[in-house]
Design a binder for this molecule. Structure first.
Ligand code: IMP
Length: 183
């Protein structure tokens, strides 16, 4: 696949991630936070965001996958990914979240199913606060009502790759966010 079109440049990403880091720094002034990345797509966003957060911060990671009917990458590209909403936990966090300020760091909010599942799971651990930071948001695809607290860019209903996001596990290492053309 060579026909990738840049949607958001590396410079625009860097600027916006800096702004999100500053917002988090201001909102949690004087407190400590856990940056909780959702594997694997959020890894690059988390590592850049963390360097703009001027707070006492630690990292943790959680791994999920959608059950059942995730289609092949090719059909996902054509018609999007309509998961059943059943999410499977592949890797849990390494620590207690009780009374902690947790910021869930996600690459993209799409239908909202994954994040709704994660928020419910993590709220049961009684954190002091739970916020969602997402680099990208496709609000037109939402199936469950969900708003990110720190959102980088709202984008149209396109399938995007780069800066951590994949197509069949590829392209995560692209520095820009690119649109994969639908045939
Ligand atoms: P949701 O549960 O539908 O909100 O799905 C969120 C997950 O779907 C993200 O964490 C991504 O892994 C994946 N996803 C959704 N849209 C895209 C996209 O455009 N490119 C790559 N992955 C995507």
């Amino acid at each position: 696949m060579t026909d990738l079109k840049v949607l958001i440049t590396r410079d625009a990403i860097a600027k916006r991630v800096g702004e999100l880091g500053a917002d988090i720094t201001k909102d949690f002034s004087g407190q400590s936070i856990i940056l909780l990345g959702v594997l694997k797509g959020a890894a690059i966003f988390l590592s850049d965001l963390a360097r703009h957060v001027k707070l006492d911060a630690t990292f943790d990671f959680i791994g999920v996958s959608s059950y059942g009917n995730r289609p092949s990458p090719a059909s996902e590209l054509k018609s999007g990914w309509d998961s059943t909403g059943e999410v499977r936990l592949l890797k849990d966090v390494d620590q207690s979240l009780k009374d902690k300020n947790v910021i869930l760091v996600e690459d993209i909010l799409d239908t909202g199913l994954t994040m709704t599942y994660l928020k419910k799971l993590l709220m049961a651990r009684q954190p002091r606060s739970l916020k969602v930071a997402a680099l990208l948001d496709k609000p037109s695809r939402r199936k469950l009502p969900l708003e990110g607290d720190y959102v980088g860019f709202k984008i149209p209903d396109e399938f995007v790759v780069g800066y951590g996001l994949d197509y069949a596990e590829k392209y995560r290492n692209l520095a820009d966010i690119c649109v994969v053309p639908r045939e």
